[in-house]
Design a protein around this ligand. Structure first.
Ligand SMILES: NC(=O)c1ccc[n+]([C@@H]2O[C@H](COP(=O)([O-])OP(=O)(O)OC[C@H]3O[C@@H](n4cnc5c(N)ncnc54)[C@H](OP(=O)(O)O)[C@@H]3O)[C@@H](O)[C@H]2O)c1
Length: 353
């Protein structure tokens, strides 16, 4: 089953801040006559990992924010688990990737939890339903005990997936599906080079490519060769010892998740007519130095259909949950520190409750 490409790349839209802030402001406004202390003791405050300015890990603080409120079409979800993604660091640091003008701000894009209340007009999700998903493109806010999001973007969490597992699969699964199925349109019998195989998105992509029936070559450091072979990789290149561009030739496709020089050198391994998709080189695909291959930037939107595909692929055992490393919400800064090292494998997940 294939789904059309949806939405915009993984960038932070200016509207995201306004949306996050409007939720905070609405809750603050609702409780303003009580004063802050009364608001917290009334139980309307949630714990969150908050940032008050752009910067390094030191800008993250564990504290209280007013509970979000579900607007029409939204549900309020009690978050059980959230995952840590590369984008979180980019948003925290600000600069070229995005600049947030209104603080406090809460990071985090994907989550799993239980519906606590519904806004007007929501009929397809009930209070008490376990759901998981990714916030609308450009929004952040899942490093917290609660989040409000459009019900139409969320998917029912199956019992076979724990909250930690569902949160771990959401954004990486969505990104890999849009990249491999919708953008590269990988076919049975083709060969693909997946760069950075031990990472979250690439680990999902290796399994998906094998499920499609492709031959998979991947790059990883020696310590992760067993891990990526176990995911299904047919050939693994130790990028510390070998130059992939000298070992790999004439592949049908490249899925590039590392960025920088690795992205620039990836064009050389494609056969004429080949296609390469890039998710770690910014909001647009790097220009192709070859006129006979295509450079693509997957447009990773959000929708329920792709999340249902994640559930389906897990149910038929085509794609399993990555190796998880679990942190408490309070320890989100430590999880981000490890994420920034870019040499962990699988997924970093926050256990929120
Ligand atoms: N919607 C979107 O557009 C979207 C969504 C998700 C992620 N992204 C972006 O995609 C990128 C990957 O994200 P991710 O979360 O999947 O990755 P990740 O988990 O952060 O990747 C870490 C992995 O990269 C590997 N690695 C580091 N340097 C490498 C190199 N030179 N060659 C091969 N492997 C290398 C490491 O393996 P070793 O320890 O073996 O080196 C490590 O396992 C990030 O830039 C992220 O922001 C974009």
């Amino acid at each position: 089953m294939r789904f059309p490409s949806v939405g915009a790349p993984e960038t932070v839209a200016s509207g995201s801040v306004a949306m996050q802030q409007s939720v905070v402001a609405a809750a603050e406004g609702a409780a303003s006559t009580q004063g802050p202390r009364a608001r917290w003791t009334r139980g309307s405050a949630m714990k969150a990992m908050i940032m008050d300015r752009h910067g390094g890990l030191e800008v993250l603080r564990y504290g209280d924010l007013p509970d979000p409120v579900a607007a029409p079409g939204q549900v309020l979800v009690d978050i059980h688990a959230a995952s840590v993604n590369g984008a979180d660091t980019k948003v925290r640091e600000g600069g070229a990737y995005t600049t947030i003008s209104t603080f406090p701000y809460v990071l985090g894009r994907d989550f799993s939890g239980v519906v606590a209340s519904r806004g007007a007009g929501v009929t397809d999700v009930a209070v008490g339903d376990a759901v998981f998903g990714v916030l609308a493109a450009g929004r952040d806010g899942t490093y917290a005990e609660k989040v409000a999001e459009k019900a139409a973007l969320l998917c029912r969490k199956p019992d076979q997936l724990s909250h930690l597992e569902a949160a771990a699969l959401a954004l990486v699964g969505l990104t890999a599906l849009v990249s491999i199925e919708d953008t590269i349109k990988l076919q049975r019998g083709e060969t693909i080079l997946i760069q950075g195989g031990a990472g979250g998105v690439a680990g999902y992509a290796i399994q998906l490519a094998k499920h499609i029936g492709a031959r998979v070559i991947t790059t990883a450091s020696a310590a992760n060769h067993g891990y990526v072979k176990d995911l299904g990789a047919d050939q693994v290149i130790d990028y510390n010892k070998e130059d992939f561009s000298k070992v790999v030739k004439d592949v049908d496709a490249v899925f590039e998740t590392v960025g920088g020089d690795v992205a620039a050198r990836s064009f050389a391994v494609l056969k004429a007519g080949g296609r390469a998709a890039f998710i770690a080189s910014g909001a647009t695909a790097p220009p192709s130095p070859r006129s006979d291959v295509r450079s693509l930037r997957p447009a990773v939107g959000r929708d329920r259909a792709h999340l249902e595909r994640i559930v389906q692929l897990h149910a038929i055992k085509a794609v399993r949950v990555p190796e998880l490393r679990v942190f408490s919400l309070r320890d989100a800064a430590e999880a981000q520190r490890i994420s920034e090292g870019r040499h962990f494998r699988g997924k970093l997940v926050l256990q929120v409750r």
